[in-house]
Design a protein around this ligand. Sequence first.
Ligand code: MG
Length: 164
Amino acid sequence: MIRAGLGRDLHRLVPGRPFLLGGLRIEAERGELGHSDGDVLTHAVIDALLGAAALGDIGALFPPSDPRWKDADSLELLARAWALVRGEGWSLINLDCVVSCETPRLLPHRDRIRASLAGALGVSPEQVFVKGKTGEGLGPVGEGLAVEALALCLLERNTVERNP
Ligand code: MG
């Protein structure tokens, strides 16, 4: 059985916060506002994985109302969500992502972001890809007020064989 999962997240960019993508800290003038560490890409990945397995979403698993997740390491949240998904027998075929922001440019950091996410998931970096886009000056992304991430994953598991 193969299932696709889609995740999307958007965070405000504000001064005085780290800019994190897939667990990698990138030098930038502004960083992501969020209840956790604000890692917008990791949040989109979590929702893609949970969605493919029909196991809920990031808001249900790690509600902002719960003080346990204040300033939480998003890679730790990813590890918890992925353990849940793997526990249902799923493994990852591939994960493809798009990050949209005006600055900084993502390309110089791409391979380290891929390696970081792959490490958190226990898969090969070849199974993870990330692309950077800008907002062409339009909307909150284009005005540099926000960063947006999209993630698409494919999961597979063996169907349970029943005794005849
Ligand atoms: Mg988020």
